[in-house]
Design a protein around this ligand. Structure first.
Ligand SMILES: Nc1ncnc2c1ncn2[C@@H]1O[C@H](COP(=O)(O)OP(=O)(O)OP(=O)(O)O)[C@@H](O)[C@H]1O
Ligand SMILES: Nc1nc2c(ncn2[C@@H]2O[C@H](COP(=O)(O)OP(=O)(O)O)[C@@H](O)[C@H]2O)c(=O)[nH]1
Length: 226
């Protein structure tokens, strides 16, 4: 039986987490769980956690750790028999610690993209709010300007994707993510990829995952063969 593989992808806003997650899910069959999309589903379904989360997101704040973990951990249990990739969670050290006590991660991918590139990308980011599909007017434009390829519904731009808000968002990301990155570094599972282009980063991520996903489990490796 194929073993279960668990991965996390981290990176500042606009670093390509959504774009790369989609490629990983398609190439390696991992289930992609985006915290932002999952929150939006809960908001749309008017669940208790969704209603609570909305009050924070509206103000541009992070959703409190206990709300996030209460929401995400049961979802991870539901897909426990499947290999998965988490995008957007954990975001804080407290979330990482809770995740740590729930499961062992195989790999953490950290995307390192220069600030000027992030700014430029987010300026051109358009979203289909219902599905979370992401477009970029330069990199992957919709077939018809301003509308989603699949549903034909209008695309929107996030308020906080505007350049003025981005400096603060990025600084906040760095402060909050640093201890999480340090934790994964100390566990020896952090893989950092630095470039200005997703298409340059992707082959490196793809070959790293090809090796890791087909590798025997650490316990199997240490089992004597004779
Ligand atoms: N792990 C998390 N912890 C706390 N809040 C979260 C978490 N994940 C998502 N959120 C909340 O949901 C909102 C939307 O998340 P989402 O990841 O879609 O977009 P984002 O924060 O703009 O980042 P990015 O541009 O990197 O995708 C966030 O701004 C935040 O308020
Ligand atoms: N120009 C350019 N845009 C990209 C590249 N990779 C992703 N994008 C776009 O940049 C924006 C941010 O990417 P996204 O995957 O949403 O990043 P996330 O915020 O980390 O999830 C989106 O509009 C993407 O389509 C790239 O290599 N070059």
């Amino acid at each position: 039986m194929a073993r279960i593989f668990r991965a996390v992808i981290m990176g500042p806003p606009g670093s390509g987490k959504g774009t790369i997650s989609e490629r990983i899910a398609r190439t390696f069959g991992l289930q992609h769980l985006s915290s932002g999309d999952f929150l939006r589903e809960n908001i749309d379904a008017r669940t208790e956690a969704g209603k609570l989360a909305k009050t924070y997101i509206k103000k541009g704040l992070l959703v409190p750790d206990h709300v996030m973990t209460r929401l995400l951990l049961p979802r991870l249990e539901e897909i426990a028999r499947h290999s998965w990739l988490l995008d957007g969670f954990p975001r804080t050290l407290a979330q990482a610690q809770v995740l740590n006590s729930a499961c062992d991660l195989d790999v953490v991918i950290s995307l390192n993209v220069p600030f000027e590139t992030l700014k430029e990308r987010l300026r051109h980011r358009w979203i289909h709010p219902a599905s979370g599909r992401v477009y970029n007017l330069v990199f992957n434009p919709p077939r018809v300007k301003g509308v989603d390829d699949i549903t034909g519904e209008p695309l929107i731009q996030h308020e906080d994707d505007k350049a003025e808000a981005l400096v603060a968002r990025l600084r906040h990301y760095k402060d909050v993510a640093k201890p999480v990155i340090d934790l994964y570094k100390s566990k020896g599972i952090l893989h950092t990829f630095s470039d200005t282009d997703t298409d340059h980063i992707w082959p490196h991520i793809s070959s790293m995952l090809s090796v890791k996903i087909t590798a025997p489990t650490p316990s199997a490796q240490s089992t004597p063969t004779h």
